[in-house]
Ligand binder design. Sequence first.
Ligand SMILES: [Zn+2]
Length: 191
Amino acid sequence: MKQFSNHLPTLPWTHLVWSKPSIPKHSFTLWVAIQNRLPTLNQRCTAHINATLCVLCGGEPETHDHLFFNCPYVKPLWTFIQTRCGFHISPSSWEQFIGWVSFHWKGKSTFSSNSISIMCLASLVYNIWIEQNRRIFQKKAISANSLLHITLDSVRSKLLTSRILDLKDPRRTAAEWDLSVEILRPPDRIA
Ligand SMILES: [Zn+2]
């Protein structure tokens, strides 16, 4: 088995899905979304759902590229996540965005600033997908602002129970996430 796994090709985004810490349901949804395999309305319409317009904005056909990246409902959320994670890029597509983060956010086995960024990415993708399903199947909706709070609360809860070892700026991270700096690095490294 080990010999077999050693010969599996390594995809450029694999570390986004398997890095630690992670929230399994978020990582799974990200894994499927990266492969464009979540059943969007565009794909479902051939079966039994007629509408193909995005249920978040109603303005464009619902593709992975639109739902997870270009939708006006989610664009401001990505802008906030970019600021929180300390990067600013302007990719033109979901595929290009995943390509950028795959290259720049190299996951580590220990916790790091990149690990927190990856958790934010996975949490936002998961919660966008949940909101899409809520609107279709429950006929309910929450605001983009509420979805952002849910996304960030999930990551913060994980940080509260995780041991952070390799942050660039623990004090800044602690302030951003409203956490005690003692949680984010070992006591002997606190200045
Ligand atoms: Zn939309």
